[in-house]
Design a protein around this ligand. Sequence first.
Ligand code: URP
Ligand code: ZN
Ligand code: ZN
Length: 472
Amino acid sequence: MSVLIKGGRVITAADDYVADIFVENERISLIGESLDLAADTVIDASGRYVLPGAVDPHTHLDMPFGGTTTIDDVESGQRAAARGGTTTHVDFCIQAPGTSFADALADWKGKAEGKQLIDMGYHIAVTDLKDGGSLEELASLPDQGITSYKLFMAYKGALMVDDETLFKTMEVAAETGALVMVHAENGDAIDVLVKKALAEGHTEPVWHARTRPPETEGEATNRAIQLARVAGCALYVVHVSCREAVEPILIAREKGWDVWGETCTQYFFVDESFLELPDFEGAKYVYTPPPRDKANQNVLWDAVRRDTLSAISTDHCAFTWSEQKAMGRDDFSKIPNGGPGLENRLHMIHHFGVREGRIGLNRMVELLCTNPAKLFGLYPRKGTIAVGSDADIVIFDPEKRHLITAGNQQSRSDYNLYEGTEVAGDVETVLLRGNVIVDFGEVVGRPGIGQFVRRARFGERLSNSKSSVSVG
Ligand code: URP
Ligand code: ZN
Ligand code: ZN
């Protein structure tokens, strides 16, 4: 099957030029001017941007969490991703305490079976090294293409690990070349603050933020950075939300340490005041770390401009407001933590980042596509437009208006964090390895087309050979 994309403005992290792209056997085989080639499908991309399929390194699909399970499974979550121009994501496979990593992977791959519309990989979330997975088993995972270990430094009594588990995992990563990811908050201190707030009768959603002050994120970020330095591993700090966490990352990076950070779309747009919306509407914005005060939004734009933070993810962890969030109507600590976002990352960052002059187009591609692909061992198969890369391509109309609303979204959540926002710029067509999965804004791909991608180790490049892809 061949595809010819004609006359689009090709934008990568480095380049910006008008060209035709020829796709054969799922890969980009030729890029040139006025290509005169016969193709099974010809797409006119004139006046449009031709972007690499976006890569989301932080999602939670079909995840049991907070006494319920996220409302988006692999099928609905990946429909949302595709509609928003994301063609690859890396989801968290969570080790249930007392079980092996192999069991966890079998469970999560089983949940994805037959449902995949886009390509995906897994990070392994380590929760138990005493009665569950062993250090030896952890060390074997990169050989299976699972090349990142995630640890939660918060959610005491649930996913949180102690510093011993964190440090031992870091030592394994230093040996195997895996990237360590941390959810950096001081879970012990937060637990004390939550119990105190509830004892004083504070039950409303805004207490989610008041019991997780930015210093608890800053402290844990710095602790993780220093421990990673001792262990000698590379570190990636997820969902950075505030100055207190940006600063230790900046200091480490200025020293040349292998420390990286991401923020998520919502931290640029939602602030703490949203949690105070009446009639329990604030619960829609209960995710962790919480929305911060508005001043942090400029801190984060500066951080992504200067490469203190190198990626923007979604942390898509969707629940319904009417039923699932309602579990915490009388107690903010029982509101499942998380929000939807997979569908609108490109919309929001293009409109408010690029069009409003905060970042350039190349930097947008770097933050949403190329850097996540490089950091998580997917590059150059994913994250760029180049001969030999997978033909994961987004044709994006920068002028088309799009109204963001739960009423037209693919996610099964009953709300949208950016409800009522009208943006300029929308995804028109999406190709996954040369297959059209979104056509004029309609999701047309069939579940089952997506594949599991075995990722390269941190700092290594994914080979272009077909053997690095397996279905399942
Ligand atoms: O509130 C959030 N972010 N839920 C998902 C789990 C996590 O901490 O990333
Ligand atoms: Zn987290
Ligand atoms: Zn998350």
